[in-house]
Design a protein around this ligand. Sequence first.
Ligand SMILES: [Zn+2]
Length: 245
Amino acid sequence: MWQHQDIFWGHMGYAWIFWIILAIIALNGKSFEATRRHGKYLFIKVNNETWVVFHFGMTGFVRYYKDDSKAPEHVHCEIEFKNGFKLAYDSQRKLGHVGLIKSLDHFIRHRDLGVDARSEELDEKKFADLLKERRGAVKSFLMNQNVIAGIGNIYSDEILYQSRIHPKKDVKKLSDQEITDLYEKMNEVLDTAIDVRADPDRMPSFFLIPRRKEGEQCTICGGRIKKIKVNSRGTYFCSKHQKGK
Ligand SMILES: [Zn+2]
């Protein structure tokens, strides 16, 4: 893939000219050495002092391609390699961003990012300990990037739907069994999403994701899907099997 390929030049379609010059100086003639991910951020190592950071927002993705006919539609940043391939960053809704950083550890500390949702460090005990330090709606806990990094709006709804827990239930009222269920469902939902590359059409039929619409029928219990707001975010849940607010 695109790691270890020499970068020929970098072209940033929408960023400021200052950033373009900095990026070209930082990347030109270099090669990508490694990748890391933390929460919703993807990092590409250029050398010990330079990392490219991507945040994908809701619609962002990267594509590595040679033939221009394979180029994505909304390219905001494009890096060309000496082998003729390109790495394009596409973000239709422009909610993500691309940048250069010097230190990955400093970036994670500075943003106060919590433990990554997929890291081995986040075992069930750590999850329960983090939860017991908090108060407020369980959905807000799952989405708080400063506590656990990586879970967004849609996946927090899915985890709660699978755990049979109301999104507004106070974390202080969760039983030990509910905390265990929540931890297990978090891992199952994220594993499934990775397996199907987050494609809604490939999600299992018992998932909420393919039916995030008010009035849809729940495939778990036959109840109806409702929409509410939790911390001003549109939240879908089953009014029948997610009780206990
Ligand atoms: Zn239901």
